[in-house]
Every structure is written in structure tokens, then in C-alpha cells.
Design a protein around this ligand. Structure first.
Ligand code: PLP
Length: 418
């Protein structure tokens, strides 16, 4: 797998979308008597048969608790669990599987860093730098620790086009800045942020940098060593894997120096009432029984995605986004949020005279599933003076015909109701 998305001129193998779709059983179902048009992959991606079968096979043949049993079945489950961690490390280009911490979702990964890494270093008047385009998952955990420590969260503004300017970040980094946390891809605007440049800036200024890759992992090849950040999080369920599994990647030396967050089984070395000592990383941060089968299926999802090829996925989705922007521009009164130069497979919009909720409900009558509301990004909507928007998001299985179906359905809705 390449460490970067395809560039113009690269030869990227075309993606056989019909062959891909055939691997997603849910895409053959009908909604309201119509073929399902699933345009909500940014909320959660559908699952290929490889993932569904990995999950059920694991329960049928390999299931036992891990790292505890001396018996063969437990050892087999443990070996598969360890292999899944290796797969995630490979997917992220991590130097060491010890840098991979399994959590429940991207949200929990941010919370872990906020509590175990940042809180002990945070004092009154300190600052945590975020951006106006963050998902609540990358805002609220920081606000919670800031509130406890008398520190504050400082948002970096975004432009009208929905982009970040490096100088706006640089300007706000000061001696009190203790953390910078930025989304790689906006879940509303689709903006692909220049996280490599931001990482270089953070490094120069000595500020720890967390990348929220929840919307990047399904679309872009990741290489944490080339990236140069300190922490990165993503969720398996947006990356064609099961729900209930998330990943925190952190530099080994930072994880090593962090105290535990949650206490319980597996994260300890020795427990006595006189005191407890803690396990090494990553286990120190994995208290209790994890989602054993889900983690195994996450490995299967990443194998599957790598076999499809992230360069091919990226090229496929780039074409779909261009088509969507053109098709939606023909719908009367429709305004797309933001005009970022680099946009992933997400298009949020409003339509004059129609509430986004109604747009979503009417599209549902045609079997078209989109997201409506604030998409867990209230500050971003506030920045654009909107209470809500509608959002179509695409995935590896999305077809040009589905984009056209969305455009046609919106035109019918506008003609009747706007
Ligand atoms: N960050 C971004 C950019 C997201 O889009 C999301 C989910 O939509 C999250 C974080 C949180 O993901 P999860 O709910 O899986 O923790």
C-alpha cells in the first residue's frame, strides 16, 4: 500500500464497483420498496462479507477470553487478537504494535489522551488548540479536562471556503499551548487538512499534536511515521469494520510515560492492597475484556480495505465527489457548505425553503439514506450561521448512478415543496 493518496499522473487501478457492491449484503436490500441508496458512510460504513464472516467464524470456531487461558482455544483467540494488533500497526505504518491501543471508538481514544496524557500536564491558564471544524468528539473531552484544570480551549478559525490556514494555527500557538488536536478530514465539509504541515509546525513549536483520523482512515492511506504527529485516532466502524472498536495510536515513548486511565483486569502487573503496579503498553490502557471478536474483525476489515487499495478508493471517491458537486449545483436553491480545494467523500448542503430534516425524510421515501442535523459539529454550523444541514457521504461502494438518483430526488423535492 502506498503511503500517500494517488496523484494526477499516477496509474491507479480502477475500482470495480459492482464487484465491490456484491460483497456488501446490505446493499441488496430494499428500503421503502426501492433499492437502498446508502449515502451515510461518514456516519458509519456498511460491512463487506469478509468482515461479517470473520466475526461469525470467530464466534463459531475461535472464541475464548484472551491473555488469560492456558488452554488451546484461549491461546488461539489470543494469537488472533495479537495478529489484529499487528494488522492495525501495518495499516497505520506504525513502527511498533505496542503503539496500538484498542479502545471502543475514536471518541474514547481522544478521551484517553485528554485524561492520561494531557490532564497531568495542564495547569490554570494553559491552552488547548482546536479548530472550528472539529467533531464534538475532538472538542468535549478537551473541554472536560480544561474545566477541571482551569485551562481553556482555543478554536482556530476556518475560512469561508472551509479550510484551515497554517498561519492561523501558528499565530495561536504560544507558551501556554499544551496540545493541538485537529481533524484530518472534516465530517461536514469534507476538507482534507494539511496534517503533515500542521505536524511539522507543532513539532517546531514543541506542541503535542493529535490527529483525528476518524474520517481519514476509510479514504486515505495513513503512514504515522511520515505524518510526524504524536497521537492519532480512528474508528473501525467507519472503516468497513464492526462497531465497538476504535484505535489510538501514540508514540511509544509518550504512551510509556503516561499513567493508566481506567483500572481493572489486564492493565496491571501486580495487585495488592498495599498498591498496584501496571502492565506495559499498550495493555496498561486496555482495562477489562475488550471486544475480542470485533477486534479480530477489524483486522479483517483493514485487510479487505488494503486489498481493494486505498489509492483506488481515493480515486473512485474523488470522481464521485466531483460528480456530486456538479450534480447538486443543478438543484435549485441548493448550497454546498464550503469549497475546500481538497475534499474527501462528503458533501453537506442546505436547500432554500426546506429544513434539512424534511429533506432527509423525503429522500428516505425514495430509499435514499443521508444524514441531517448538526452532524456532531455544532460550532462548525454556528460558524456558517446554520442550525443544521443535510449531508451525503460516499464510500467504496457508492456508484455514479446513486449520486444521480440523489440529484433527481432532490429536484423532485424542490419542485414540490420548496
Ligand atoms: N471525529 C470525526 C471527524 C467524526 O466524524 C467522528 C464520527 O462521526 C468522530 C470523530 C467520532 O467517531 P466515533 O463516534 O466512532 O467515536
Amino acid at each position: 500500500m502506498s503511503a500517500r493518496p494517488a496523484r494526477r499522473g499516477d496509474r491507479v487501478p480502477a475500482l470495480d464497483v459492482e464487484a465491490i457492491r456484491a460483497q456488501f449484503p446490505i446493499l441488496a436490500t430494499r428500503m421503502r420498496g426501492r433499492p437502498l441508496v446508502y449515502l451515510d458512510s461518514a456516519a458509519s460504513a456498511q460491512k463487506p462479507r469478509a468482515v461479517i464472516e470473520a466475526l461469525s467464524r470467530f464466534y463459531e470456531r475461535d472464541y475464548a477470553n484472551i491473555h488469560r487461558g492456558v488452554y488451546e482455544l484461549s491461546q488461539r483467540a489470543s494469537a488472533l487478537h495479537d495478529a489484529a494488533r499487528q494488522k492495525v500497526a501495518r495499516f497505520l505504518g506504525a513502527a511498533d504494535a505496542r503503539e496500538i491501543v484498542f479502545v471502543r471508538n475514536a471518541t474514547e481514544g481522544v478521551n484517553l489522551v485528554a485524561h492520561a496524557f494531557l490532564e497531568p500536564r495542564l495547569g490554570p491558564g494553559d491552552e488547548i488548540l482546536l479548530t472550528e471544524m472539529e467533531h464534538h468528539a475532538n472538542i468535549v473531552p478537551w473541554q472536560l479536562v480544561a474545566g477541571r484544570r482551569g485551562a481553556k480551549v482555543v478554536p482556530v478559525p476556518i475560512t469561508e471556503a472551509g479550510e484551515l490556514r497554517l498561519e492561523d494555527i501558528a499565530e495561536r500557538i504560544g507558551p501556554r499551548t499544551k496540545m493541538l488536536a485537529v481533524t484530518w478530514v472534516s465530517n461536514v465539509l469534507g476538507t482534507v487538512n494539511p496534517v503533515h504541515e500542521i505536524a511539522a509546525l507543532a513539532r517546531r513549536r514543541g506542541v503535542p499534536f493529535l490527529v483525528d483520523a476518524a474520517q481519514a482512515a476509510p479514504h486515505l492511506a495513513i503512514d504515522v511515521r511520515a505524518l510526524g504527529a504524536d497521537f492519532l485516532v480512528f474508528s473501525a466502524h467507519k472503516t468497513y469494520g464492526p462497531s465497538g472498536v476504535g484505535v489510538l495510536w501514540g508514540r511509544a515513548e509518550l504512551l510509556d510515560a503516561m499513567p493508566p486511565w481506567q483500572g481493572g483486569g489486564d492493565m496491571i502487573e501486580r495487585v495488592s492492597f498495599a498498591g498496584t503496579t501496571f502492565n506495559e503498553i499498550p495493555f496498561r490502557f486496555e482495562a477489562g475484556t475488550p471486544d475480542i471478536a470485533g477486534i479480530h474483525a477489524t483486522g479483517a476489515a483493514l485487510d479487505w480495505l488494503e486489498a481493494v487499495g486505498l489509492d483506488a478508493v481515493h480515486a473512485h471517491e474523488e470522481a464521485l465527489v466531483a460528480q456530486a458537486l456538479e450534480r447538486l449545483s443543478r438543484v435549485r436553491g441548493l448550497r454546498v457548505l464550503g469549497r475546500p480545494r481538497a475534499r474527501a467523500a462528503v458533501v453537506a448542503f442546505t436547500i432554500d425553503g426546506l429544513h434539512p430534516q424534511d429533506v432527509g425524510t423525503l429522500l428516505d421515501l425514495d430509499g435514499i439514506a443521508i444524514r441531517t442535523g448538526h452532524h456532531c459539529a455544532m460550532p462548525l454550523h454556528e460558524r456558517f450561521g446554520l442550525p443544521a444541514s443535510a449531508r451525503a457521504s460516499m464510500g467504496v461502494y457508492t456508484t455514479p448512478q446513486e449520486i444521480d438518483a440523489l440529484g433527481c430526488a432532490l429536484e423532485r423535492i424542490v419542485a414540490r415543496f420548496a
